[in-house]
Write a protein that binds this ligand. Structure first.
Ligand SMILES: O=P(O)(O)OC[C@H]1O[C@](O)(CO)[C@@H](O)[C@@H]1O
Length: 248
């Protein structure tokens, strides 16, 4: 893994957008894997700003999102569909038919199979953007998820529901289940960009840098991948050794 240290959340967004834009400009028919949550918002802001200023085109881009809540309609204000259109898709020229998110209202097992199949039909993901949960989850793959898992239905950990409650009116409104790409699906991406910012993620980052691979810490599966870049800000790096190497 390669570690890029940045000052703060805004810098992380700039650096991440720089990497994504480089791949978008230089890859024919690129397939992006995208994430939701608070982490990638500054990245998407930089991508939108670049599109408005420099006109970078997304006509040749296909995107697959990591996950979606079950039982939440795509047009619901708290769906990940709504999140992605609000923060990114409404503001760039990506063709509507090239945007894919799991459908949380579909028959679940069929939707999991279909989603994997769609990713395969598009030749797999070229660049996967990831955030990380405080418990080390990637996508919605909670601790204990098999590293070879494909798209599947998950029961959300109570800590994940609490962390995401800030996006909902009350704790009762936070869904209990989601469809997520599996850890195996994520590991099949050709390149992975993991974004980590803020004090709340510092323990998870320290654990990742510890290099111990354990299914109880889902992000540690990334040690099995040959092309991972981690962008972390100072607040997230505070529990790590100041001499943290640039590759680990
Ligand atoms: O970026 P946040 O809001 O801290 O969330 C962490 C991770 O948890 C999720 O919300 C669960 O999918 C991811 O989208 C995100 O990367």
């Amino acid at each position: 893994m390669k570690l890029i240290q940045v000052e703060d959340y805004q810098d992380m967004g700039k650096k991440a957008a720089e990497i994504i834009l480089d791949r978008v400009r230089n890859t024919e028919n690129i397939v992006l894997g995208l994430a939701t949550g608070g982490t990638p918002i500054s990245t998407y802001e930089n991508i939108v700003q670049d599109h408005q200023t420099n006109g970078t085109s997304y006509q040749h881009v296909t995107s697959f999102n990591l996950d979606e809540y079950i039982g939440v309609r795509p047009d619901h204000p708290n769906s990940y569909h709504t999140f992605m259109y609000k923060h990114l898709f409404h503001h760039i020229n990506i063709p509507q038919e090239k945007i894919f998110l799991p459908n949380g209202m579909a028959e679940q097992q069929q939707e999991c199979r279909d989603y994997e199949q769609r990713i395969r039909e598009h030749g797999g993901i070229d660049l996967q953007v990831l955030g990380i949960g405080e418990n080390g989850h990637i996508g919605f793959n909670e601790p204990g998820t098999a590293f070879d898992s494909t798209t599947h239905v998950v029961d959300l950990a109570e800590s994940t529901r609490q962390a995401n409650a800030r996006f909902f009116e009350s704790m009762e409104d936070v869904p209990k289940q989601a469809i997520t790409m599996g850890i195996g699906s994520i590991l099949r991406s050709k390149e992975i960009l993991l974004l980590i910012a803020g004090e709340a993620k510092s323990k998870a980052l320290a654990q990742l840098l510890d290099k111990q691979v354990d299914e109880q810490f889902p992000a540690s599966a990334l040690h099995h991948h040959a092309n991972v870049t981690v962008i972390a800000d100072k607040a997230a790096l505070q529990h790590t050794n100041v001499n943290t190497p640039l590759t680990f």
